[in-house]
Design a protein around this ligand. Structure first.
Ligand code: SF4
Ligand code: SF4
Length: 140
């Protein structure tokens, strides 16, 4: 764990291993949505003590942002969320592809898009072979 990364007290990855599956990881030549070869799904990393720096330094927003409610726990939402510059990236578990468009997730994503807009930010959801930019929600 990087000393520079603040995590939310009481939150831990537990048995979630979504970030070992959903993102493309160029360093490992790992395509998006394929398990990393070092991962034991639902248990964790087989090379935890010697895992690469990029794995040590990565935490999704649920772990680092107290503003993310419990519905965004990746094991509940089946999504992992992280920041890439101005982009809020949302990767959706391919086994639960439609969940991002359901309530309350879509409304939350639209709210994030509105909040991000003022500083040039935006929200992109990746699901299956598709991606979509979330339109800001301007009404309650
Ligand atoms: S997606 Fe988030 S909660 Fe799940 S293992 Fe990765 S950092 Fe931890
Ligand atoms: S090396 Fe370990 S922590 Fe990094 S992606 Fe693979 S299984 Fe996950």
């Amino acid at each position: 764990m990087s000393a520079l990364i603040q995590t939310v007290p009481g939150r831990a990855c537990g048995s979630c291993t979504l970030c070992c599956r959903l993102p493309e990881i160029e360093e490992f030549s790992k395509p998006a949505n394929d398990w990393c070869g070092h991962c034991e799904p639902g248990r964790g990393c087989r090379i935890y003590d010697t895992r690469p720096g990029l794995c040590r330094d990565f935490f999704c927003r649920y772990i680092t942002d107290a503003g993310m409610s419990e519905i965004w726990a990746p094991e509940i939402s089946h999504m992992m969320v992280y920041d890439q510059g101005p982009q809020i990236t949302v990767l959706v578990d391919p086994d639960h592809q439609a969940i991002w468009g359901s309530s309350p997730y879509l409304e939350e994503l639209e709210r994030w898009a509105l909040e991000a807009e003022s500083s040039g930010g935006y929200v992109i959801v990746y699901f299956g072979d598709h991606l979509t930019k979330i339109e800001p929600r301007r009404s309650a």
